[in-house]
Design a protein around this ligand. Structure first.
Ligand code: 5AD
Ligand code: SF4
Length: 487
């Protein structure tokens, strides 16, 4: 399930080539030699374990890492015994960082028992210089650190470690700051054989005043449409029926290409791919959502009726301080336009509670938008102060108890409106892409509708990967119970 690369043709007697991705193929071949020696010596292949924190981008990055690890001869194993253990980190909120430090503390014992084990860290948190300094000082058991821009270099960094002796104690740190480099044609694995994320762009230019992402993921870079189409065509040939186009702000896709292409234009091209049945995308910034995109969605049979449209706050005053470039009224109008074009679209959102200076009036504006829009679901976050962002330096931070009280009120409202929205689909028949066997009751399978609602119904594992009509009988908050109508 990953791009096969013929490593046998690589001559290891020559030095590594300079150009990518050939340079990485060379190091993959070198690591594979090492893995084969390991297998001969130990009677088993070396194992890897990857733990992914954070968003869909990280999930996709981890699939790429997994593809590299399998190509070089490692196999997936248990975290407690892994020869190579990697945390792909997130730093969007402070909690995410604390989790990683906690895990690293726990690993100290495991590494003592197995000194040859390699511990690696990558992802957004590693793009913060303070974090790397802290790890260098307090977590000497870490072997390799790399960032969000140079994931493709994993084999090279691993080779450096493997051939200097895993027990040598030398920490390899390779973090890149700004770069435009996008390396195509590397191996990658998919978690599901029938659906996959596809990066269409990397980075973010928006600098919302609370957000650390632009500092750790760098400036916006779009992939060439031909590369995206070729990747999806390859996936479809391999059994994929649904893709999720990924970008921090997909609505500004293509602006920095030599021959600019809009997101709506890209969608039109993706739609033409034969055999592809469903297209999703995230995330959409309200400020960049074009009429053209709404038009494409209106006319499309493949684009799913689902949109994630982060609101962040309902207060126009706060939205300005957040640097979001839209008002409460703009947002409400946009929702109206989208719902007029695609009436049964499911809308989800992100909301931050307790942004510096948030008053009760500001908060009530947020509650008002939730009541008016009636989101299908909303991710609600307590504001987290991220060093280096403009909001972290603001003096009027909201006291914790006030934030907590508002957060609870918002959560209750979100649950109420989302139950009302999802209740409306009861009795309808929906196309459901069957995704897995139900974890608790194995006579059931679980799938998703075009609106991304989860549905459980009596079915067979052999249906996984196919789309079947299911009547939604009952809504139970986050999911439905349904009945399949025909095969
Ligand atoms: N505090 C709380 N939530 C945040 N997000 C981003 N930065 C912060 C922060 N400092 C939320 C936003 C974004 C989502 C991915 O994470 O709502 O849309
Ligand atoms: Fe962060 Fe704003 Fe960029 Fe989203 S659009 S990643 S919230 S800076």
């Amino acid at each position: 399930m990953y791009n096969e690369i013929d490593l046998d043709r690589i001559d290891l007697n020559q030095g590594p080539p300079q150009e990518e991705p050939k340079r990485q193929y060379y190091y993959m071949a070198k690591c594979r030699e090492w893995a084969r020696d390991f297998e001969r010596g130990n009677g088993r292949r070396p194992t890897f374990f990857i733990q992914t924190f954070g968003c869909q981008m990280n999930a996709r990055d981890s699939e790429k890492i997994q593809g590299i690890m399998k190509t070089i001869g490692y196999e997936e194993g248990d975290s407690a015994k892994a020869d190579f253990l990697l945390y792909n980190t997130c730093t969007v909120r402070e909690n995410a960082n604390l989790k990683v430090y906690g895990r690293l503390g726990q690993l100290k014992k495991q590494k003592k028992e197995n000194p040859d084990m390699i511990i690696a860290l990558c992802g957004c948190m590693m793009q913060e210089p303070d974090v790397v300094e802290k790890i260098k000082k307090s977590y000497r058991n870490v072997d390799i650190i790399f960032g969000t821009h140079n994931i493709f270099k994993l084999a090279e960094l691993l080779a450096l470690k493997l051939f200097s002796g895993a027990g040598s104690g030398k920490m390899i740190v390779d973090i890149w700051k700004g770069t435009d480099q996008i390396v195509e044609e590397l191996p990658n694995e998919r978690k599901y054989f029938f659906k996959s994320g596809v990066n269409i762009m990397f980075g973010c230019n928006n600098f919302c005043s609370y957000c650390i992402v632009p500092y750790v993921r760098g400036r916006e870079r779009s992939r060439e449409p031909e590369d995206i189409i070729a990747e999806i065509e390859g996936m479809v040939a391999d059994g994929v029926v649904e893709v999720m186009l990924l970008g921090q702000n997909v609505n500004s896709y293509g602006k920095n290409l030599k021959h600019p292409v809009s997101f709506a234009q890209l969608l039109r091209q993706v739609e033409q791919i034969e055999g592809l049945e469903r297209i999703r995308f995230m995330t959409s910034h309200p400020k960049d959502l074009s009429d053209d995109l709404i038009d494409v969605m209106r006319g499309s049979k493949k684009i799913c009726k689902q949109m994630h449209l982060p609101l962040q706050s309902g207060s126009s005053r706060l939205l300005e301080v957040m640097n979001r470039h839209y008002t409460k009224e703009d947002y409400l109008l946009l929702v109206e336009k989208i719902r007029r074009a695609v009436p049964d679209i499911s809308l989800t959102t992100d909301i931050i509670v307790g942004f510096p200076g948030e008053t009760e009036e500001d908060f009530k504006e947020t509650m008002d938008v939730v009541k008016k829009v009636k989101f299908d679901s909303a991710f609600t976050f307590i504001y987290s102060r991220r060093t280096g962002t403009p909001a972290a330096a603001m003096e009027n931070q909201v006291p914790e108890d006030v934030v907590k009280e508002r957060f609870d009120r918002l959560l209750a409202l979100v649950q109420e409106v989302s139950a009302e929205r999802t209740g409306r689909a009861v009795g309808t028949v929906q196309d459901v892409l069957v995704e897995e066997r139900n974890g608790q009751d194995t006579s059931l399978v679980t799938g998703r509708t075009s609106q991304n609602y989860v549905v459980h119904f009596a079915g067979r594992p052999s249906q996984i990967g196919s789309i079947v009509p299911v009547r939604l009988d009952e809504s139970r908050g986050f999911y439905y119970m349904g009945t399949q109508l025909a095969d």
